[in-house]
Design a protein around this ligand. Structure first.
Ligand code: GYE
Length: 328
């Protein structure tokens, strides 16, 4: 869908050309990015990508606030952007709920808001554009791949979820459950949040091992960092995983290290979520800036990867070349 941005001619914000020497400070387009935090490799790559793309050379002054996974801090960051009269506000929402009031405040101040990475539960009239990935589809892909891999074998599944209330958690959980409900011999033994961190993944896996040792054959981690923690916990307990192991390990993100583990056969399937989104967001801002029609919703495409020796209609089999092409 396309829409034309109504509030035009933002004072003093002209787009500088890449070839020009750094623009004068007053000519830079000011952009506030309320970033989730620094919980994962995915997030670090996403932050770096914004810093690279929204550079002064490109005509931007980027104010990126690391909200450290604290919802209140993120609302505060957005309010600070409004008070500073930034030209554009980008939000990667920690929680999907609770945005109506602050979005209304931004709208009243005439500042366009782009929701990035995750989704929010708010009326679309309260923000201007969305750029991100379809995490429900990622969950469905994980489920479809597992069904293909296991055939009619039973699955006793443990899930290490992402941060509570994050759309990436909700989407991956809902998507996977949608497939799981069609498999009578799949049982989800437990599902707990590891907060998208390595430490969280390890802690949850250690407690799962205490409660369910010998009872599970599938572990699903909703991001790569949680998978690294879960692998440490399983190593310590002498539990084998991956292509030659007792436990099938599924992860999400497909960052460089996640794909290295997939290539090594430690992760069976890693479902991609692409953190490289800043160029797309910049494209939307450029169109808004020029008063042109822009995409209200842009989906960043994902695929999935499986360990060598596995072939799948849902995923690409890992090779050295695939890994070499993964910069983050
Ligand atoms: O999967 C995880 C990060 O919102 C899609 O957040 C993102 C998720 C990503 O912390 O690693």
């Amino acid at each position: 869908m396309k829409k034309k941005f109504a509030v035009m001619a933002i004072a003093g914000a002209a787009l500088c050309m890449a070839a020009m020497p750094a623009c004068a400070a007053e000519d830079l387009i000011t952009v506030g990015y309320a970033q989730v935090g620094h919980e994962s490799d995915w997030r670090t790559a996403n932050t770096q990508n914004y810093q690279d793309v929204f550079s002064e050379e490109a005509g931007y002054s980027l104010d990126l606030v690391d909200c450290d996974n604290d919802n209140a801090a993120q609302l505060e960051a957005v309010r600070t952007f409004i008070n500073k009269e930034m030209d554009y506000i980008i939000i990667a929402p920690i929680q999907s709920a609770g945005w109506d009031t602050v979005l209304q405040e931004a709208q009243d101040a005439g500042i366009p808001v782009i929701i990035a990475d995750r989704e929010i539960e708010a009326d679309a009239s309260l923000y201007d554009a969305w750029v991100g990935t379809n995490t429900k589809n990622e969950g469905i892909t994980a489920g479809n791949w597992l069904a293909e891999y296991l055939g009619d074998k039973d699955a006793n599944i443990l899930v290490i979820e992402g941060s509570v209330g994050a759309s990436a958690t909700i989407g991956r959980t809902d998507g996977f459950n949608e497939v799981a409900k069609d498999h009578e011999n799949w049982k989800i033994l437990d599902s707990q949040s590891g907060d998208f961190t390595q430490a969280g993944g390890q802690e949850v896996m250690e407690s799962f091992i205490k409660s369910y040792e010998g009872q599970f054959n599938v572990v699903i981690c909703q991001n790569d960092n949680e998978a690294y923690g879960a692998m440490d916990a399983m190593d310590a307990a002498g539990i084998t995983y991956g292509v030659d192991g007792d436990v099938t390990l599924i992860s999400f993100d497909a960052t460089h290290d996640g794909l290295q583990y997939t290539l090594d056969g430690k992760i069976n399937c890693d479902v991609e979520c692409n953190p490289i989104q800043a160029e797309t967001v910049k494209g939307v801002i450029e169109k808004m800036q020029a008063g042109e029609e822009y995409e209200e919703t842009t989906l960043v495409e994902d695929q999935a990867f499986v360990a060598p020796g596995i072939t799948s209609e849902y995923a690409t089999t890992m090779t050295d070349e695939v890994l070499a092409g993964r910069a983050y």
